[in-house]
Design a protein around this ligand. Structure first.
Ligand SMILES: [Zn+2]
Ligand SMILES: [Zn+2]
Ligand SMILES: [Zn+2]
Length: 479
């Protein structure tokens, strides 16, 4: 089949990738196995996660997922990225986040065998590699192939719906065209070398029924497959309420099988006071402190505070606690504080994570640009708050516009933390002159009428319908 698989071992995935390319609910292809990244309930939070302090982001996440979210945590680090050797039998030896084999249906690749069966049939045997967990595989032990049992591959067909459900392909019902009593035994043959879906055929050798896989993508197949079972494999459960979504066939690794829903902020200084900035940076540690003595106990974990006394720190912590209690009920506008800091750069606010420098606008663009600010040091913090399948939240301009019931939760129970990563980099901030933008909008409005009139004349001259055109234009304008 012509799907490009991204084969890699889990140890090679960086924390930021874990959130985005291979986050909770996504499928990952290991060298011999396709797996699903499991929900937060299964993550070993106690092993090697680090709390990230970014109060504005935490507040925004709470606004979306509820006030019980208490922490932003980095994904568990793998032994390879920490450089600490661990026992090969330790579950975290190579896999930093929990995964489970998915899809459950596998195919024996031997051309004379091609057995298609689920893992729970017991026909495939798990071969655990104690030294490289990510190289573990299933083999077809009693295969027609003489010699070493072949390593089986995932059946690359799945079904998914726009409400975020994902399920194994209903192989048995599909080949028998409905429910059956047949004590089936399935094979999946590739009839041509093209790898095209039309050349793949599923066959039941017990009753000799066959069906081409292209049927799954035809109108008839679409109707047959449309009933969704509401499965959420990353949470190991089926939704209790029947799903009204339209289920359809997709291929393993298809780009529409998983879209992350992230929330992100740029770390900005909330104060020009250096001590307050350091308190902010260490807030994950300092928040729990109840006295100057507690601060002392945390001394070794604090960064950059060595020149301050514990009393000074405790005083600043108290101040910070009072102000956050006041902010509690305020509406979270993530972008406005960023806009304010970037559009009024103040070098006294520069810090380890944040450095702005104003430069002159390039001469030819001076009438368009009000300000050019180089962000020479920036830290972006991103959290994953959910995901979707089939439909991308990126098609909506505001996160709030995306239908909430299509957002798939990351855990079975309400989450107490969300996976988060930080990225350090740089950027350029351009502030356009509002006057120039207004002028441009005005000019294009005038042109719009001229263009439309010219196009109408063009259609009229060719004897084409112009009322239809008017309707299309007004529909376009509405969308
Ligand atoms: Zn076989
Ligand atoms: Zn059959
Ligand atoms: Zn569904």
């Amino acid at each position: 089949m012509s799907t490009t698989s991204d084969r890699r071992k889990i140890g090679e995935i960086r924390p930021s990738q874990l959130l985005y390319t291979f986050g909770v609910g996504a499928t990952v292809e290991l060298p011999n196995l396709s797996v699903m990244v499991m929900g937060l309930d299964d993550w070993p939070v106690e092993q090697g996660t680090t709390e990230i302090s970014e109060p504005r982001l935490l507040k925004a996440v709470q606004g979306e997922l509820g006030p019980q979210v208490a922490k932003l945590l980095t994904p568990p680090l793998t032994s390879e990225s920490t450089g600490v050797a661990s026992s090969p039998f330790d579950d975290t030896a190579n896999v930093g986040v929990p995964v489970a084999p998915f899809p459950r249906w596998k195919v024996c690749p031997h051309p004379h065998c091609r057995l298609l069966a689920p893992i729970q049939s017991g026909l495939f045997e798990l071969k655990l590699d104690p030294y490289r967990k990510d190289r573990s595989r299933y083999v077809h032990r009693i295969c027609k192939k003489p010699g070493k049992p072949p390593t089986v591959v995932p059946a690359r067909f799945l079904v998914a719906c726009e409400n975020g459900h994902l399920d194994d392909f209903p192989w048995v019902e599909f080949v028998h065209r409905g429910k059956t009593d047949c004590r089936y035994e399935l094979r999946l043959y590739e009839l041509g070398a093209s790898g095209e879906v039309a050349d793949i055929q599923v066959e039941c050798v017990k009753c000799n029924k066959t069906r081409r896989m292209s049927d799954a993508f035809s109108d008839e197949g679409r109707d047959e497959l449309s009933q969704c079972r509401g499965r959420q494999p990353h949470l190991r459960k089926y939704d209790e309420d029947p799903c009204k979504g339209k289920q359809r066939a997709i291929l393993l690794g298809a780009s529409n099988s998983w879209f992350p829903i992230p929330l992100s902020v740029l770390s900005i200084p909330t104060s020009s006071d250096k001590l307050a900035q350091l308190i902010e940076m260490n807030w994950a540690e300092l928040e729990e402190c109840e006295s100057g003595r507690d601060v002392k106990m945390k001394w070794r974990l604090l960064k950059g505070l060595a020149t301050h006394t514990e009393d000074q720190i405790w005083e600043a912590v108290t101040k910070r606690k009072c102000s956050s209690a006041q902010e509690e009920d305020e509406f979270v506008d993530v972008r406005r504080p960023e806009w304010e800091v970037f559009s009024n750069p103040d070098s006294s606010r520069n810090s380890r994570n944040f450095k702005l420098r104003v430069v002159d606008s390039p001469k030819p663009y001076r009438h368009l640009l009000k300000k050019v600010v180089l962000a020479e040091r920036l830290r972006e913090v991103r959290s994953l708050i959910g995901f979707t399948r089939i439909e991308s939240p990126g098609e909506y301009t505001e996160l709030g516009d995306f239908p909430k019931d299509q957002r798939v939760p990351l855990s079975r129970t309400v989450p107490k933390w969300v996976p988060t990563s930080e990225i350090r980099g740089e950027g350029v901030f351009l502030q356009f002159s509002e006057h120039s933008i207004e002028m441009w909008v005005k000019k294009t409005k005038e042109r719009e009428g001229e263009f439309f009139e010219a196009h109408r004349r063009w259609r009229l001259n060719r004897g084409l319908n112009t009322t239809l055109l008017a309707r299309q234009v007004s529909a376009l304008a509405r969308s």
